[in-house]
Design a protein around this ligand. Sequence first.
Ligand code: AMP
Ligand code: ZN
Length: 112
Amino acid sequence: MDCLFCAIIEGAIPSKKVYEDEFSYAFLDINPQAPVHCLVVPKKHISSIDEVSEDNRDTVSGVLLAIPKIAKLLGLEGGYRVISNVGEDGCQSVKHLHFHILGGKKLPETMA
Ligand code: AMP
Ligand code: ZN
């Protein structure tokens, strides 16, 4: 399968790793939309939140459990925003489930 984030997890494409565990891999976004912009992805390929099911609940919960740990590593004591774009209308450009972790400043209220 031709998937950018699978290639990053495998190390075939370089990334700035922030965190890794059994279920998840986190790295800095190449085009940051905030002073701190990190992506956390499941190591197992899941296309989007739309594909979340009982079959992958351990993987998905593993990724969610990693988010507060990653936020702590990134020094986001003041808070942060978690976003996951889904499909065409959600403007999802990479079809491998990922959560954007954004912070490092007071984010605008209007940012979806
Ligand atoms: P989305 O639009 O929600 O699918 O988000 C995809 C994100 O992946 C965007 O914020 C991109 O900047 C980011 N991205 C694309 N290629 C890379 C890469 N090679 N390394 C890190 N982040 C990337
Ligand atoms: Zn993938």
